[in-house]
Design a protein around this ligand. Sequence first.
Ligand SMILES: Nc1ncnc2c1ncn2[C@@H]1O[C@H](COP(=O)(O)OP(=O)(O)OP(=O)(O)O)[C@@H](O)[C@H]1O
Length: 604
Amino acid sequence: MKALMTSCTRVFLVSWRQSRTKALVAVVLMLSGAAAMPLTALALGRFTEAVIAGDGRAAVLAGVAVAVGLAAGLNLAHFAHIAYFELSELSLLELDQRLIASATDSRGLRAHERADHADKLDLVLRDLSRFNTAVHALLGIAGMVLAMGITAVLLAGLNPLLLVLLPLAVVPLLTSHRAERVLDRAKVRAAEPTRLATSLFKLTTDAGTASELRVFRMEQELLRRHRLLWGEAARGLAGAHAGAGLLRAAGQVVFAAAYAGGVLLVVRDAVQGRSTVGDVVLSITLAAQVNQQVASTVSSVADLQRLAATFGRLDELTAVEAAPAEPEDQRPPERLRHGIDLVDVTFAYTEDANPVLRDVTVHLPAGSTVAIVGENGAGKTTLVKLLCGFYRPSAGQLLVDGVDLDRIPASAWRARLAAGFQDAVRWELTAREAVGVGDLAALASTRADEAVLRALDRARADNLLARLDDGLDTQLGKSYGDGVELSGGQWQKLALGRAFMREQPLLLVLDEPTSAMDAEAEHALFERYIEQARRSAARSGAITLLVSHRFSTVRSADLILVVAGGRLVEAGGHDDLMRSDGLYAELRRLQARAYADSADGDRN
Ligand SMILES: Nc1ncnc2c1ncn2[C@@H]1O[C@H](COP(=O)(O)OP(=O)(O)OP(=O)(O)O)[C@@H](O)[C@H]1O
């Protein structure tokens, strides 16, 4: 009951916020339509009596009342629909936006990677789409309560015993509530197989997977898995629907029996001369209406109860993250003077998982270019994510000019970052926007083109434009009829341009943004970035962080961090590391041989 009340209040408040006038109009129309039905029954009873008594005037008046009542009862709900349709759509937009805001505002990425979070999101997205039925359900319930009130007064006038019908109407409501809980539990159990089946469906129909799917002949296997998962989800849901249907039917049967008893009671009164034929007509019409009112209230209550569970999940998804242990009372510095320190940093993706980074302690000096190298899975990207503030260390500290990163609001820190990631997004926008979103203020300015061209130049990606017929105006992406599809390397060049849009970041992260290029091209590009970073570092103290699993491409960096198995095993300049002849020197030699390119022919 509490859940139902909460759901009703929230649906009403969300709608009220969208438009008070429309909400009022919808309420008044719905209530008038609902009240018209029992009043029509009353008029019908009077009409019958007037006809039997031969009172023409009274019969005409009652007949008109019946006609008006029927017209109101049947049509006002349709007019109400016009008012609340827009309210429903606007309310849905508000809820969608709340979800989007919480997804994009969250301090880190941790929630995005949890399976239970994904399941909840899947359920909320499916159920929220039914929000428009909820507004209808709420107005319907309000109308039914009013109609039942009027019905109760009329029934009590006929025979007080008939009032028993009203509490008995609660039985189907209770069984419906129970049925909804059975269904909700089944939906939670089915959420994971449903999500996995949906993701398999996407895999089999997505253009990005089409080539591998065919080469590896995975179609049948994926179809088999999709069938199994969908079957598992469907079996659980079918059982729950059957159980819920039986529960609802049981409630309705109890009420139907009471309804039949009520009608017999009034017929007996009429036979014994204690009531009129008009009363019999009234009671039969009212009882039929109560039956119909109960049936539609049951389905409205079910809709709102379902929504109560959805609201609960929505709240969990959008819950404000736990307040950080430290107050977020610091701003990022205007320019870095000292640099960034990692002090005994240990990190695990989940509480029960093994740490993927252990006891990392290192000083990244202001104005330096730092390279992180290590083999696949060593922990390089994880280190970058910590530096971007996407995760908090499980232990240890990250200090920006001596200030704990936890004390700097995430949004303020991110505003001073620039980044190009390995799995860069293929923004299907115009070329200008795909680069310009790296600095929205610059993109919105009158000098957007200049800023975009400068960024592409700094990223050494300006040659890309020569291949685009409409230059910066070229629409990118195959989702558009006239969109130009780019190669993997070309998308990466755009992403590099995006990373260079912000002119004064404190930290520029380039996490394998050149993986689609060969080692030689990556080396040339990194050399230029390092040279460029050195020139501008004096101004902002910015740190440029280059990540690569190719040891041959980073030799000019001021500081090279060698990560292996989640530990920082070596740190220093190229010459020092080669001299100490440790892991860096060994892997560099191995890779140089494997790539057979040796960027500088240096095999030591
Ligand atoms: N979101 C995640 N949840 C759980 N474990 C993760 C997650 N991301 C990475 N890992 C694990 O953390 C370890 C380090 O991964 P990371 O991506 O940092 O390596 P990397 O050095 O950047 O590798 P690569 O060169 O292949 O990009 C790996 O064992 C990986 O399986």
